[in-house]
Design a protein around this ligand. Sequence first.
Ligand code: AMX
Length: 435
Amino acid sequence: QSTLKERLAELIPAEIENVKAIRAEHGQKTFGQVTVDQVYGGMRGLPALLWDGSVLDPEEGIRFRGKTIEECQAALPKAPGGSEPLPEGLFWLLLTGEIPTPEQVNQLSKEWAARAALPEFVEEIIDRCPGTLHPMSQFSMAVTALNHDSSFAKAYSEGISKKEYWGHTFEDSMDLIAKLPNIAGRIYQNVYGKGKPAPIDPSKDYSWNLAHVLGFSDNEAFVELMRLYIVIHSDHEGGNVSAHTGKLVGSALSDPFLAFGASLNGLAGPLHGLANQEVLVWLRKMQDKIGSNASDEAVKEYVWSTLKGGQVVPGYGHAVLRKTDPRYTAQRAFALKHLPEDPLFKLVGQVYNIVPDILLEAGKAKNPWPNVDAHSGALLTHYGLHQMQFYTVLFGVSRAFGVAAQLIWDRALGAPLERPKSYSSEAIKKMFANR
Ligand code: AMX
């Protein structure tokens, strides 16, 4: 059976031809107009990027290589005795569009475990960070520092042909993904004062090892949660801040460590990945103010006070989605199976019944429904991972899968430097003065 790299090497020539054919036939056609409002409005809806791993439908949500989350749950290989898909298989799917065999997935688990060790100086960087430095800043620093051993950067400086870019990008991407559990584990154990992370077990899968370095691998349900968590957080098409940043920085031929380090800095923003931390902070503040088991009326009043204070309700709304995020629904299904009586899960459900109507009544948000971040913190808290500032790190570990897959394809397809056009307000005024 082929390895992932061998399979990719087989697929790349045909995809290069496919892209050539698309461009020959459709290259001069237009998607439609670009309005001045889109330039001022965060480029919402502007077709501008190629992204093969996943496509986001506003009504239906994400599909990974054409497959919904439920379809991935059904089709991707599972761990022995497990029922959630293994992220190893998802990475294979993102890269190739194909479902791997259990042996191929097993081989990826082994390869990642073999590549997991961190250079000593990276461990020292993490160890020297003050516990008060946000885990996401520590995370991006450590990932950026891995560029020290980048196969791509080394080969590029020695002079390689463009045809060889993807192979080195693949090697770096495999190293990147493989090393993330050790980085995350080290940050977690340092910040929360628990000693050093347990060693990676080469006989186990990636998610088990992630749970292990955090100190939760003896809870099989938590390990299953990590498998589902990584899969659903891995990729959300190309325009979101972390994905687009990785692609943009990679387009300068910065290696995958530099590119993904930049992604993480974007993910660390409260309107993006940090929202999973913000949701828990918000729920805890609510409980402090109105108590646990509060009435619907009290919750409504708290939601209104958030909006009246000029703040967003974290975990709700989305730049593309216009329905409940299927990533939220998948986590809800997990909670109903594993922790139906958990009080925080019940509060998340109560909030779900209340917030959309209020956001609709307030009349600003284009999407009143919950996104992925409205749910994840409650699940992590249930298993004892209650350190909210750490939540976005887990999002980051997952997001590497999607960003890395696209970086490899970008180099395989010879994607050029990104360089869109910007205008000043003065220039825009002049341009449209007589139109
Ligand atoms: N609570 C209150 N107001 C909200 C809101 C929310 N959850 N979602 C949107 N709005 C407001 C916006 O702030 C904006 O107000 P303004 O006109 O005064 O600037 C108005 O509604 C229109 O915004 P929009 O077009 O509906 O959303 P957007 O595409 O500009 O932004 C997002 C999308 C996610 C940033 C926004 O919905 C938000 O801030 N949500 C809360 C934070 C959050 O959950 N982020 C995580 C998103 C998922 C992820 O990336 N991990």
